[in-house]
Design a protein around this ligand. Sequence first.
Ligand code: RIB
Ligand code: CA
Length: 308
Amino acid sequence: MKARPIIFDTDPGIDDAAAIVIAIKDPDLDVKLLSTVGANVEVEKTCMNALRLAEFMDVDIPVAKGCGEPLMRKLRPCPEVHGVTGMDGYDFPPVTRKPLDKHAVVAMRDIIMSSEEKITLVVIGTHTNVAIMLKMYPEVKEKIEEIVTMGGALAGGNTNSTAEFNIYNDPHAADIVFKSGIPITMLGLNVTNYALIYRKEAEAIKARGGKAGEMICSLLEHYRSGSLDAGVRVHDAVAVAYMVRPDLFKTEMMPVEIALDGPAAGTTVSDFRAMESGEKKPNVKVVTEVDQEGYTQWFVDEFCRGEE
Ligand code: RIB
Ligand code: CA
């Protein structure tokens, strides 16, 4: 089966790193670009981290530097979760590669428009780059297969009591993307908080996952979204799992709107009653359940692929 062409729009970020390494190793995916955005840490650092990952994995995947600030709000990075570098915990060799000499928005647009096949956008940071691309180059919409995004939640946030980090940081961009008419699949905290990786899996990956496995386990030791002993939330890897193992998940079409102002700005709101009454039409495929056991086994298998 031909590999599915994808572009990551990403803010590495330790869980982003796991998602990107798995996607590079998985034969069912063909990573065309790492487009970077400022979110977990500043875009200078997320771009450097994307270059580190491409060089570490020794793959010819271009990296482009994107937006450093959200459309309207002030960025609130979270070095307390990923470390000051955005990928604390592993001593990467010096980076020799450079990013493309064009903005990530232009790089994404160029790859999408020149591709024979439709491209899937895997958005695992804020939606700033994608929103600007849709406004500047609306012609890309016809060439995008789907937007698979880790973001939002059906109930409860991680940045405040209602908003998830990626949407919280740029709700206006998410609003543009969610209203674009492009097929969207949303993996929110309602599912990524329950797809946990424990020390048992990390030990297996360290023992059998080669260099990449050793690297990701070192990063996960420093990652502060849960812990290996209590279960670590590798949010962005769940978006990759959904693409290659949809059998591990349940989904439901729902109306999802983004709150844009007030204390709940950045919250993804799904109005179930308005959907039942027909007042609001579903616009997003929401991932509602994950097979936790199947996911953890998949996570280990992916890192051990080709290493034994
Ligand atoms: O809320 C989790 C999301 O925010 C993940 O994508 C993580 O990397 C951060 O960007
Ligand atoms: Ca991320």
